[in-house]
Design a protein around this ligand. Structure first.
Ligand code: MG
Length: 331
């Protein structure tokens, strides 16, 4: 069965769709009340974020648009020192999408939400003309348990930790689009349990970001600029799988600029870095975590800011932000 414009009418078919698909997949005490707004119990300071997902193809090795929509918002909350609690989900459905496809996506969202221990408490659906696409917006609320984590808070002497291999989401999407068969899977994953463990163990995280569009290079440049510092990377320390490296070599891609959907960067005082690394490595999505560099100076003169990498051949390479459009519709 396919979704047609009548499912967006607000009438009987809309309510059937809500019952049969969304309530069935997401049901929880708050959503099941079906009020005009969810009423939430939240303690203290909250983090609040939103993101829209338009990835193509909708299903790819390692994930799909639904898993991505949950993990993306969960990760944005987590890296701000928050415990993700509640999500909303807005769906724009193009006419022609099958009910079966939609159910696959909502089941995947429900599974990811369960793993991340978040509840989807409100939602909306619109149907538009088109060719069977699904677009999802998720917003999320989390309870802040550590304040002060900020892109502006890198300090000289800190070490830069990355939670795992670079480029897997980007390479998986690109492989799907190009019809290349390989064993690369997207790294799409919720990172909240790793972050929670770091915070419970009282790691004093100065700066943390999930490394998504624009890749590691773009995130690091933003951190260097906002913090007024220089970040020195070591090329040999960058974790990249053999498969992704091979893929990049063939297509002339640089893992530093490739998107990830289950990796985070954490800037941590040197004396806590080893403990933090071990916590990451012991967590489900962090076994390839590595210390990849160091914040070397906090001087404000322009020439000392930015990101510099010591290459495998002991040369020095300046790492700039991503220019141009990169790969569109990756998330
Ligand atoms: Mg982010």
């Amino acid at each position: 069965m396919q979704i047609d414009m009548s499912y967006g009418s607000g009438g009987k078919q809309t309510s059937d769709l809500i019952q049969e698909v969304f309530l069935d997949a997401f049901h929880n005490k708050i959503l099941d009340r079906m009020e005009d707004a969810a009423v939430l119990e939240v303690k203290g300071k909250i983090a609040y974020t939103t993101d829209s997902f338009v990835v193509t193809p909708m299903f790819f090795p390692g994930g799909d648009i639904g898993k991505l929509a949950v993990c993306g918002t969960v990760n944005d909350l987590s890296v701000m020192g928050a415990v993700p609690k509640y999500l909303t989900a807005g769906f724009i459905l193009e006419e022609g999408v099958s009910l079966e496809t939609l159910k696959r996506v909502t089941a995947s969202m429900a599974k990811a939400a369960k793993e991340a221990k978040v509840q989807i408490v409100a939602g909306d659906t619109k149907v538009v003309e088109g060719r069977g696409g699904i677009y999802i917006n998720t917003s999320g609320i989390g309870e802040v348990i550590k304040s002060g984590i900020s892109i502006s808070n890198c300090r000289a002497g800190d070490l830069v930790l990355l939670s795992g291999n670079l480029g897997e989401h980007h390479a998986a999407i690109l492989s799907s689009r190009m019809g290349i068969e390989n064993s690369i899977h997207s790294d799409c994953a919720p990172l909240n349990s790793m972050v929670l463990k770091l915070l419970e163990e009282e790691i004093d995280i100065h700066c943390m970001r999930d490394v998504t569009r624009g890749g590691l290079a773009t995130v690091l440049n933003e951190a260097a600029e906002k913090s007024g510092c220089r970040i020195q990377l070591t090329e040999e320390a960058l974790p990249v799988s053999k498969e992704v490296k091979g893929f990049c070599d063939i297509l002339g891609l640089d893992p530093l600029y490739m998107a990830n959907e289950g990796k985070l960067l954490a800037v941590i005082p040197e004396k806590q870095a080893e403990r933090a690394l071990n916590i990451m490595k012991a967590s489900r999505y962090g076994k390839n975590a590595a210390v990849i560099g160091r914040v070397t100076e906090g001087l404000s003169e322009k020439q000392t800011r930015g990101v510099v990498m010591t290459t495998a051949l002991k040369g020095t390479r300046r790492i700039d932000v991503l220019y141009g459009e990169g790969l569109p519709r990756i998330c």
